[in-house]
Design a protein around this ligand. Structure first.
Ligand code: SOE
Length: 397
């Protein structure tokens, strides 16, 4: 028997098949083809409420069967892992039931819609881990090679001590007022707006790259367009609206300052109103001996400034993160043949499958997800207390 045939299967069910479901499917499909995995992922079941649409999605994305109720896959003995790609309002129920039933879980970010749900999920994950059942949150940008390299360089002391962090996540898909509403503009379904959807990513990146958690925040949330057309159709991040209108119940812009556990100040901006910025997830870390800067719109590059170099020839160095000894590149192309958005989802599966096989806790864990949720919750509480906002009457309206 060949080595590949001897590998144990890891039978996966995915719940959801829209934008994130498609991205995760690409991860499950690509990982065993480009990386050496200790187990063979089997794309067994896709779950979707509409049988016709789910069947079409399963066919297109490469899943063997369809179920219309996630509870049925949780009960099945032939499923090892449940991958949750639904809006946040269903994460806690599916993840908790799956973990209790002995299934490993991968859940999309943000982990939950509320802090209480995240706490409940983290407790369920800790109990499941005692039984060898593992869980992970899909903060996939950790797996962009340039981001992983940034973390390595900070850990190696290449920028010295972390002194200051500045992060932005800028998109523009809601800047047009005629863009219809969707689950992402509905608090019941999404929990929050820019804050949880994209702000969560930059909080997690800060935790990941600096190795320190955000220890306190002062925030402000704004809803710039309070009503949108009801969608007649919606796919990805755009849709067609009709004449009816619905309220926007989430924030459009989240701004917050923070402090890391080691005392370093940090600033965060998350918005889907930054015209011309499509997926500009940026982080810049200033250390005592240098700096690192990353922008997802140039995702194969990590900018590194070494303050120990003589000023005469110093400057930011553009590291093209495509060398064989850069993180994850061993599975891909020769130097300079870059990677894209979907590769992070492949790397996510690689790390998850290896951790499950080794019986080790994959990261980001539900505890890491809870840490992000605590920051989101603190921003919401802070933003709700306008009293902390210091007004300058002379400049007011
Ligand atoms: C929409 O803002 C979105 O799809 C996020 O939900 C994802 O997490 C991010 O990767 C891209 O943008």
């Amino acid at each position: 028997m060949s080595e590949a045939a001897a590998r144990r299967p890891l039978r996966v069910a995915t719940v959801g098949y829209a934008f994130m479901g498609r991205a995760h499917s690409q991860g499950w499909r690509g990982a065993p083809r480009f990386f050496d995995l200790p187990r063979d992922p089997v794309m067994q079941v896709l779950v979707g409420r509409s049988p016709e649409r789910a069947a079409h999605a399963a066919d297109t994305l490469g899943w063997a069967e369809v179920e219309t109720d996630w509870r049925r896959v949780v009960e099945r003995d032939d499923i090892d892992l449940i991958d949750i790609c639904t809006p946040g309002d269903t994460h806690a129920a599916i993840a908790t039931a799956a973990l209790e039933a002995g299934k490993h879980v991968l859940v999309e970010k943000p982990m939950a819609n509320t802090l209480a749900e995240a706490e409940q999920m983290a407790a369920a994950a800790a109990a499941a881990a005692e039984r060898g059942v593992l869980s992970m949150v899909g903060f996939t940008y950790r797996r962009v090679p340039a981001v992983s390299l940034a973390r390595q360089l900070v850990a190696e002391g290449r920028i010295g001590e972390v002194r200051q962090v500045r992060c932005q996540y800028l998109q523009d898909w809601l800047a047009d007022e005629s863009t219809p509403g969707s689950w992402r503009t509905d608090k019941e379904k999404a929990g929050s707006g820019a804050l949880g959807d994209i702000g969560a990513h930059i909080v997690d990146l800060t935790h990941f790259i600096t190795g320190q958690r955000v220890a306190g925040v002062s925030g402000r949330l704004d809803t710039l367009v309070t009503e949108r057309p009801v969608a007649e159709s919606f796919a990805g991040l755009s849709g067609k609206g009709g004449t009816e209108r619905e309220p926007v119940t989430v924030d459009d812009v989240a701004l917050f300052t923070g402090e890391l556990a080691g005392g370093a100040p940090a600033i965060f901006e998350a918005t889907r109103f930054a015209w011309g910025r499509k997926n500009a997830m940026r982080i810049e870390v200033n250390g005592s001996a240098g700096a690192l800067a990353f922008d997802f719109e140039d995702m194969n590059v990590l900018n590194y400034y070494d303050a120990r170099e003589p000023a005469r020839t110093g400057g930011f160095r553009r590291i093209i993160v495509t060398e064989a000894d850069h993180p994850y590149i061993e599975g891909w192309w020769p130097p300079g043949h870059g990677l894209g958005y979907e590769h992070g989802f492949v790397h996510q599966v690689v790390d998850l499958v290896r951790a499950i096989d080794a019986g080790e806790q994959p990261t980001p864990s539900f505890d890491d997800g809870l840490a992000v949720q605590r920051v989101l919750d603190a921003v919401e509480r802070s933003a709700g207390r306008r009293s902390e906002f210091t007004e300058i009457p002379e400049h007011g309206r």
